[in-house]
Design a protein around this ligand. Structure first.
Ligand code: NPQ
Ligand code: MG
Length: 370
């Protein structure tokens, strides 16, 4: 693959309804959609940043800067045998996983199209469908939360994740469990607690939760290893895991028993696959998280979640969970049984809705090889 041209688009898309986590309330989604042309073939990726450094330190502006000034110059005019090489060729840039992800994903799409394969097949995916779960934000009242969950269950979602924080935790989970005693249920704290809250978190043990996600600091691995032995509920790490080495450290220390892998958080699909492989070799289940990606990143998430070690339903929901209208012609849809089909067509298997994407694009920059 000879990289001829790269385009970045700053995209702003409204959310159907606001999404609240312990780190704040979002009404819209700011993201970067990336197109790469190599050997005349076009590929698409997403840099799933936010307007501010809330979920992670990267933002639209930091990713744009690092892509324009450092990563794109490393790729333009260069040749690659395979997309699996791309992450390593960006190694001189430390961190900036999301900035790397958007560019790397676009090259997986190019390579898959060139080979006449889906990105899922090129990655080694084995599932024709993935099990879909839904992440439900913090609400103003428990009644509103119950009504929302009822609607998602009626649509078929196979697992419900509720966001928690101090003041919106044990009583809320108790109410949900009282209404649905057996649904697959989990919670995500997005780092809202400290070790001093261990007893409070242990009160969640009675609700038969699949896991509690990222209870402690976003950059901690060690203190989670002290918390896990005090809980019966498995801990799942999200924000803390950026590399295969972090995953290995967390598993060796006993900091978690499950890992949420997001391509954006770990620098793209090859790193996501490497963490998957490491966990699979140890019998540790993983699942694909979500960052409210538009259709492009969402399709990449569906592809990676088709790997055999993604044994738990993830946060890859249908497009209409978040958007009235997605940036792809055929939105990603939920089957009645709560699964999502893994596209079998070439590349990411979805077509960009160009007129709609153009309307949402607030800034665009193109880079061509000399
Ligand atoms: C998580 N995602 O697992 C994240 C949190 C997250 C689906 O729960 C804009 C608005 C960007 C809300 C990125 C889910 C976001 C966001 C991440 C929430 O922790
Ligand atoms: Mg999370």
């Amino acid at each position: 693959m000879f990289i001829e041209r790269i385009e970045l688009r700053y995209v702003q898309i409204p959310l159907k309804s606001h999404f609240e986590t312990s780190f704040g309330r979002a009404f819209g989604r700011d993201t970067i959609v990336t197109t790469v042309w190599a050997d005349g073939v076009e590929g698409w990726g997403e840099t799933p940043v936010e307007d501010g450094p809330w979920y992670c330190p990267e933002t639209v502006e930091t990713a744009w800067h690092v892509q324009r000034d450092f990563l794109i110059p490393m790729l333009l005019g260069q040749r690659f045998e395979t997309a699996a090489e791309v992450f390593g060729r960006m190694a001189l840039v430390r961190g900036h996983a999301m900035a790397k992800c958007g560019l790397e994903q676009a090259l997986w799409d190019v390579e898959a199209r060139q080979r006449g394969l889906s990105v899922a097949a090129l990655l080694g995916g084995t599932r024709p469908r993935i099990e879909s779960g839904v992440s439900v934000g913090i609400q103003d009242t428990v009644d509103e939360l119950l009504a929302l969950i009822e609607g998602y269950l009626a649509q078929g979602y196979r697992r419900v994740k509720i966001k928690i924080k101090p003041g919106w935790d044990v009583d809320v989970v108790r109410a949900v469990r009282a209404r649905w005693p057996t649904i697959p249920l989990m919670v995500d704290a997005n780092s809202a607690y400290t070790l001093a809250d261990a007893d409070r978190l242990a009160e969640l043990d009675e609700f038969d939760l699949m896991m509690i996600e990222q209870p402690l600091a976003y950059d901690d691995i060690y203190e989670h290893s002290l918390l896990q032995p005090r809980l019966r509920t498995p801990i799942c790490l999200d924000e803390s895991i950026h590399t295969p080495a972090h995953a290995r450290a967390a598993l060796e220390l006993g900091s978690c028993r499950i890992i949420n892998i997001k391509p954006g958080r770990v620098g793209g699909l090859s790193q996501a696959r490497a963490i998957h492989d490491l966990c699979r070799a140890r019998g540790v289940p993983v699942w694909c998280g979500g960052l409210l990606e538009v259709g492009v990143g969402r399709a990449h998430n569906v592809a990676i979640a088709s790997l055999p070690g993604y044994t738990l339903p993830g946060d890859v929901s249908a497009s209409d969970r978040y958007f009235e209208r997605d940036v792809i012609v055929q939105p990603i849809a939920l089957n009645a049984d709560g699964t999502i089909d893994v596209p079998a067509g070439p590349g990411i298997g979805v077509a960009v809705d160009h007129p709609f994407l153009d309307r949402l694009t607030v800034r665009r920059e193109t880079f061509a090889s000399a």
